[in-house]
Design a protein around this ligand. Structure first.
Ligand code: CP
Length: 320
């Protein structure tokens, strides 16, 4: 199977991909998903033979950590699970952690707080491939899984011109979703409370990478944002590190809950999406979460296939 090499050595942001990288990653993810049943006979089973990938998580994770561990193993590579006590920038400078790791491993998957710290880490180690497993600002691996899911559910090759709505906090998940949508020619409607909207810089970035006429529109009301869309996406109202704000956020975000009224205002058969973990009764009702249009566990599964494709594009030298 031909594997395209990514344009950049790192994947810190969807914006590290160009549109061709992103399209190639989605196509490759679909292929490795189809090949998974071949097990050790899959064409990519030894693609990372002799390669080591370290995982450094400063925040909790179920999906991202598990799927990266399985992805590396199923590609024939070795996992180096680092303990959180490495604590980027606390015990020793970020650059020193990076310059140690590049002497031992080929790639590092990092979940941490600051995108700037991640950028400093990646810039400090020219031989090391660095992957963003979530920062406060971006969650690019989630976006790959999200658009793989939409490709599957809305039909191969038909994403251009589709419209999705994101209802809730203009956070890291929303940012990466908007970046990827713009590159893929997908229109996005974002509805958020005042003061919780997408950063202006993200709107500008999306505009600058938009293809095929992709439009980003911001709304004040959920019901307006979802009118006629193909999918409704939401995320937690209180992200990791914001726990002290939880009570305030519950009040401010209450009108932005995705419930049956919101889904009824969306297009016929519109999908419900969530990156998980979900909080039933807050950002989504249990009925919507458990409904037939909910594709949240497809998204979770596709984290694995998307990240395999990403690792192949960043790290694989040869694929049988
Ligand atoms: N969606 C997501 O990133 O899940 P985890 O926080 O469990 O990794």
């Amino acid at each position: 199977m031909p594997t395209t090499v990514a344009r950049k050595k790192d994947f810190l942001s969807v914006l590290d991909f160009d549109a061709a990288d992103l399209e190639n990653c989605l196509a490759l993810a679909a292929q490795v998903k189809a090949d998974r049943s071949l097990g050790r006979h899959a064409p990519t089973a030894d693609a990372l033979d002799g390669r080591h990938v370290a995982l450094l998580f400063d925040k909790p994770s179920l999906r991202t950590r598990t799927t990266f561990e399985i992805a590396v193993r199923e590609l024939g590579g070795h996992i180096v699970p680092l303990q959180p006590d490495v604590a980027l920038g606390c015990r020793e400078p970020v650059a020193d952690v990076a310059r140690n790791l590049e002497r031992w491993v080929d790639g590092v998957v990092i979940r941490t707080f600051s995108q700037k710290v991640l950028q400093e880490f990646a810039a400090s180690a020219r031989r090391l491939h660095v992957v963003n497993a979530l920062t406060d600002e971006e969650h690019p691996c989630q976006a790959i899984a999200d658009f793989l899911t939409l490709r599957e559910r809305l039909g191969l090759g038909t994403l251009r011109g589709r419209t999705i709505a994101y209802v809730g906090d203009g956070n890291n998940v929303a940012t990466s979703l908007v970046h990827a949508a713009a590159m893929l020619g997908v229109h996005v409607h974002v509805a958020s409370p005042e003061s919780y909207q997408l950063p202006h810089s993200v709107v500008q970035q999306a505009t600058s990478v938009a293809r095929h006429g992709a439009r980003l529109r911001l709304f004040n009301e959920a019901i307006d944002a979802v009118a006629g869309v193909d999918a409704v996406y939401t995320d937690t109202w209180t992200s990791m590190g914001q726990e002290a704000e939880a009570d305030v956020r519950r009040r401010v975000f209450a009108p932005f809950q995705v419930n049956e009224d919101v889904m009824a205002a969306a297009g016929p058969g519109a999908l419900f999406m969530h990156c998980l973990p979900a909080h039933r009764g807050e950002e989504v009702t249990s009925d919507v979460f458990e409904s037939d249009v909910s594709v949240v566990f497809d998204q979770a599964e596709n984290r694995l296939h998307g990240q395999k494709a990403l690792l192949l594009m960043l790290l694989a030298t040869t694929v049988a």
